[in-house]
Design a protein around this ligand. Structure first.
Ligand code: NI
Length: 649
């Protein structure tokens, strides 16, 4: 394909974040290629991210193989829009070689909603007579106080959906420009707008409902008097943090990992390993939130279609906040900036997009010898790598934790403002709860899918489901109290569609059968799920098909570089079935294979008054725990705290 004469010199690791210069070069290579069917200025860049380099190149570079650097081919993946139609171009551009290496038109798919287009939809509504008439019927005088939220539209067989990129818009009335509009939904009013063309397709008025009477301000000036008895907490590390950062490579307490930000997946951690006996033992090759969905459970026609795929329809990296010291993060913080491309392909830097720090986490282990009275206790500490995305009304904080004993964890913090509806007579029906006078919040779920390209002691792994079960009464169980474990090999993809079962303490063990610990057991980690739901919507419903990944807590696939996102690459307005259901239908073999775990977890949110007007953080997540990866507690070498002999006396 076409070649531009100025290849970028390679000085980067294959997993280094894309630089602004690389983005500029890639954009220019596309422009120079002449492959687009529209003028360069009309091209829109819906996605610009790092193309995953081949694993063998990453491993060759990391192991210092001679000549490995020459194999680095830095590639930028782009999703481009050439007009208002529901088609995209996927382009892979090698900035190393200065050429477009793949240019593929994908028909009838939609990228995430574009900010520029979402704004155009708001302008189109403001100029729409029908919309304005509906606002008049609701007594809205000052149009500048109308807040319009463009939502991903879902798929319901509407004529408007065909071949178009559309949004459904909801409206709220603010009291002042910085007011919390969700306190005053303009209920019953819904508009469908063609995003590509900025054209209002339909204004639907289901009838007016009184605007709720009370303010939803969460600002301090409206919520006083403020508490005065909170004394300062200061976190100081006089000698600095214990981690070392080199580019995007982080090493901390035997852990090593690379930190990236993808426009859609948000935080991406790669080549996570743990140093043991002088060498780094691999654990996870790549970890990211591959998709998430927020399906709403209220059949009210205003709300039943709501189901945001906040990864694939908005983007957890695109929506990441710039974080603030002392507010989002406390202590000795290292920030990573995120260089991202805007919708015209131009690079910008979002400062402080990723926060990294250490946290004291209470005790790591302790024992008091009852005979001698000798006590040994160690403090637990964790490395925290986090980012927070603001997606419309909600905030999602993604916190990856690494512990001194080889455990790692993802905790998602949910906060922000609930999606609301105005209700007449304070009767919200069976699928929502009142959270303020005249204001209800529909039941909904937040379901995340994390993609764990796992490599416990190497790429070839095998997964077992392990349950704790009562033993049958009888000769081997004379007093009836015995219990054991069942360990089931998950041999193929269909067998590996599994759900959590807290009543059986269910875990999934990922073992390397070619490596043994000192006891002769295969080295392993276990995935410890939380008490987590699956999708409540029916499997044949629109959202049941589109978010089928959320029907199971566990899926396992053999690694394939094209299988990246649980609901497929283009969940926006997708009819469903893409991603995990399609891939795993092949029922491929999973034993002693380079496998990928896909874990769905989350919460079912039954709103409560205390969640209003802004939600205190709710938590969900999962943990990866070494299970025979080490021969014994790997944290015996953690020294007693420096501030006292009494920790071991
Ligand atoms: Ni919620």
């Amino acid at each position: 394909m076409s070649t531009t004469a100025t290849p970028t010199p390679v000085s980067l690791h294959p997993l280094s974040p894309l630089t602004g210069d690389e983005m500029k070069a890639a954009r220019q290579i596309v422009f120079d290629s002449g492959l687009a069917t529209v003028a360069n200025e009309a091209l829109r860049f819906a996605y610009v991210g790092l193309c995953d380099p081949p694993k063998e190149v990453v491993r060759a570079v990391d192991s210092g193989e001679p000549g490995a650097a020459a194999r680095i081919d830095r590639q930028v993946r782009m999703v481009l829009l050439q007009g208002p139609e529901a088609d995209v171009v996927e382009a892979d551009v090698s900035v190393t070689r200065g050429q477009v290496v793949r240019w593929e038109v994908v028909e009838d798919v939609r990228p995430p909603l574009q900010m520029e287009e979402a704004y155009a939809a708001q302008l189109a509504l403001a100029a729409c007579d029908e919309w304005n008439a509906a606002l008049d019927r609701r007594g809205v005088v000052d149009r500048s106080l109308v807040q319009v939220d463009p939502w991903p539209a879902g798929t319901f067989g509407l004529e408007h959906e065909k071949r178009r990129r559309i949004t459904k818009c909801l409206a709220y009335l603010r009291e002042s420009p910085d007011d919390n509009g969700y306190a005053r939904p303009l209920e019953g009013l819904l508009a469908i707008v063609d995003l590509g063309r900025g054209e209002v397709l339909e204004v639907i008025d289901y009838g007016t409902v009184p605007v709720p009477p009370t303010s939803g301000s969460y600002y301090p000036e409206h919520n006083g008097p403020l508490r005065t008895d909170l004394k300062p907490i200061e976190i100081t590390q006089p000698e600095g943090p214990s981690f070392v950062v080199d580019g995007n490579l982080v090493t901390w307490q035997k852990w090593s990992l690379r930190v990236n930000m993808d426009p859609l997946e948000g935080l991406v951690l790669s080549t996570i390993g743990y140093e043991d006996g002088g060498r780094v033992r691999p654990i996870v090759y790549r970890a990211s939130v591959s998709e998430m969905v927020v399906p709403y459970g209220d059949p009210n026609p205003m709300h039943q279609w709501k189901s945001a795929f906040d990864t694939g329809e908005w983007g957890l990296g695109r929506m990441a906040d710039s974080l603030t010291l002392g507010c989002d993060c406390l202590g000795e913080i290292h920030y990573f900036d995120d260089v991202f491309a805007d919708e015209r392909g131009k690079p910008h830097t979002k400062s402080n997009a990723i926060c990294m720090h250490e946290e004291d986490y209470s005790i790591l282990w302790k024992h008091v010898d009852m005979v001698s009275g000798r006590t040994e206790v160690r403090r637990s500490r964790r490395l925290v790598v986090s980012s927070i995305a603001t997606v419309g009304n909600y905030e999602y904080g993604f916190y990856w934790y690494f512990y001194l004993d080889g455990t790692m964890q993802l905790e998602v913090k949910l906060t922000g403002i609930m999606s609301t509806m105005a209700v007449e007579g304070n009767d919200p029906g069976d699928h929502a709860r009142m959270v303020a006078p005249g204001l209800a919040a529909p039941y909904h779920q937040h379901l995340f899918n994390v993609r764990l390209d796992i490599e416990v002691d190497g790429p070839e792994n095998t997964v077992y489901e392990v349950d704790a079960v009562p033993s049958p009464p009888g000769e081997g169980n004379p007093v009836g109290s015995a219990f054991g474990t069942t360990t089931s090999l998950l041999e193929t993809e269909l067998a590996a569609r599994r759900n959590a079962d807290p009543s059986r303490s269910r875990t999934w063990r990922i073992a390397n059968r070619s490596r043994r610990n000192g006891l002769g057991q295969p080295t392993a980690y276990k995935l410890l799920p939380a008490a987590t739901p699956t999708l409540l919507a029916g499997p044949e419903s629109s959202i049941g098909r589109r978010a089928a990944f959320a029907a199971h807590n566990l899926w396992v696939t053999p690694f394939s570089p094209d299988e990246r996102r649980a609901a497929g690459d283009y969940p926006n307005q997708h009819a469903g079935g893409a991603g995990l259901p399609t891939w795993t239908a092949q029922d491929r073999d999973l034993v002693d294979t380079d496998i990928v775990l896909w874990h769905t977890f989350g919460i079912t949110h039954i709103p409560r008054p205390e969640d209003w007007p802004v939600m205190p953080v709710e938590y969900t997540g999962f943990t990866l725990v070494p299970f025979g990866f080490f021969d014994r507690n790997p944290a015996l070498d953690v020294p007693p705290s420096s501030d006292g002999d009494h920790c071991h006396a």
